[in-house]
Design a protein around this ligand. Structure first.
Ligand SMILES: [Zn+2]
Length: 171
């Protein structure tokens, strides 16, 4: 069991990021805790909330792998949002706000995956965006969902909430 993050538009199977379930939680935790503080626009906040929906307590263990093209990228703001994601990964690699996590992620396991994720995002281009993913995700959201209610954050982690709550509290 585990989760795989892919970037199929690269046509390079060696680029897949393979993680155990527990490592996936830590990987998402450090991105969410950094990205929640860096996100300025709704497009950027949506990317982090979408990652926070990769919640194994809700989706099931080993059910949160994804392809980078499935993320809710917006064509109009893509270059800024890509730079935002790369900065979020850099902050995670600098262990920003790890003191708030309540545990110490294993650097030896998590750093290579974060670096790999940065390489995939770096290689991902506007032509690879599937804008229908964003449209469908927004259409499927409930009017009570955080993305439609001013992007609330967890008081303990200052982490953007998904429809399931705080991904860090729950995982
Ligand atoms: Zn929390």
């Amino acid at each position: 069991m585990g989760n795989i993050i892919t970037c199929k538009s690269l046509h390079n199977a060696n680029s897949d990021i393979v993680m155990s379930n527990r490592l996936t939680d830590a990987f998402l935790n450090v991105l969410i805790i950094a990205g929640s503080r860096l996100a300025k626009t709704k497009e950027q906040k949506r990317l982090i909330v979408w990652l926070a929906e990769k919640d194994q307590t809700a989706a099931g263990e080993g059910n949160v792998g994804f392809d980078i093209a499935e993320m809710p990228w917006n064509t109009d703001t893509f270059q800024k949002d890509k730079a935002f994601m790369l900065k979020t990964i850099r902050h995670a690699l600098n262990k920003k706000h790890w003191d708030k996590l309540g545990y110490e992620p294993n650097e030896k396991n998590i750093f290579p995956r974060l670096e790999q994720f940065a390489e995939l995002i770096e290689a991902f281009e506007a032509d690879d965006i599937k804008q229908e993913k964003l449209i469908k995700w927004l259409e499927d959201s409930d009017k009570d969902d955080p993305i439609n209610n001013g992007f609330p954050v967890c008081p303990r982690h200052d982490a953007l909430l998904s429809c399931f709550g705080c991904q860090i509290c729950r995982n």
